[in-house]
Design a binder for this molecule. Structure first.
Ligand code: ADP
Ligand code: MG
Length: 240
């Protein structure tokens, strides 16, 4: 579903992505971990072309990332993204937040978009809040709305960049539960997170990044019990 080959990215003199080779199969769940500044967010952002790359190639479902225009808008609709900050539209209701993309980009009718939004809000446990505004919801609820909003576009792959890092501890589980559900439902997912419980429960593969490189990757079981590189051992020693 996602193929990155020989991807290089610089920010000025900083070589932030170095020779990235990554294939993610349909339905696969890949968790990305690594120290702050190692390039995890940049990796995600290149996949929906919020960042350009300097060399190499990226394909989504066998098609190269478009440069611009409608093709790029379509690509972005195929790649759902959920960030640390929820980025909901403050002046729109929860339901409107979810229907906006399908109506504008997918050209859905308002009735269809509303119906689908209510289904998705039900699925993430927020249906009762559909007519409220984001500020009336807790952080955990807002992040679940952000997930529903991304799903409303029927994405082929979902990217999560530290989706629970900005949440109060008691709200982390409600968001992770939705993500575990999504993983079990067969969604292709790339998830930057340091939530090891999630990685162990839902990930097919853990990918460890340091200094812009994929240093090692393995099943969660193998990676957490028997990391190979000193960088990974050192990192796990600090967070576990
Ligand atoms: P991570 O998500 O692993 O913490 P990032 O991908 O956010 O890492 O950042 C990797 C490196 O690239 C960091 O050193 C960061 O300061 C730098 N960086 C990220 N975005 C930009 C940017 N737009 N311009 C310049 N440097 C950037
Ligand atoms: Mg980051």
């Amino acid at each position: 579903m996602v193929a990155m080959r020989g991807v290089q990215k610089h920010f000025g003199s900083l070589h932030v992505l170095q020779d990235i080779e990554l294939e993610v199969a349909r339905g696969e769940v890949v968790v990305v971990i690594g120290p702050s500044g190692s390039g995890k967010s940049t990796l995600c952002r290149t996949i929906n072309r919020l960042e350009t790359i300097d060399a190499g190639s990226i394909e989504i479902d066998g098609r190269p990332l478009p440069e611009e225009g409608k093709a790029l808008a379509d690509l972005r609709a195929d790649v759902g993204m959920v960030f640390q900050s929820f980025n909901l539209f403050a002046h729109k209701t929860i339901r409107e937040n979810v229907t906006l993309g399908p109506i504008r980009v997918r050209k859905a009718s308002k009735a269809d978009a509303d119906r689908r939004a209510d289904e998705l809000l039900e699925r993430v446990g927020i249906q009762a809040q559909a007519d409220k505004y984001p500020a009336q919801l807790s952080g955990g609820q807002q992040q679940r709305v952000a997930i529903a909003r991304a799903l409303a576009m029927d994405p082929k792959v979902m990217l999560f960049d530290e989706p629970t890092s900005a949440l109060d501890p008691e709200m982390i589980k409600e968001v992770l539960d939705v993500m575990v559900d999504l993983a079990k439902g067969g969604m292709t997912m790339i998830v930057v997170t340091h939530e090891m419980g999630f990685a162990r429960t839902a990930a097919d593969r853990v990918l460890f990044m340091a200094d812009g490189r994929i240093v090692e990757q393995n099943t969660p079981d193998q990676f957490f019990t028997n990391p190979e590189s000193d960088r990974a051992k050192d990192f796990l020693g600090k967070i576990l």
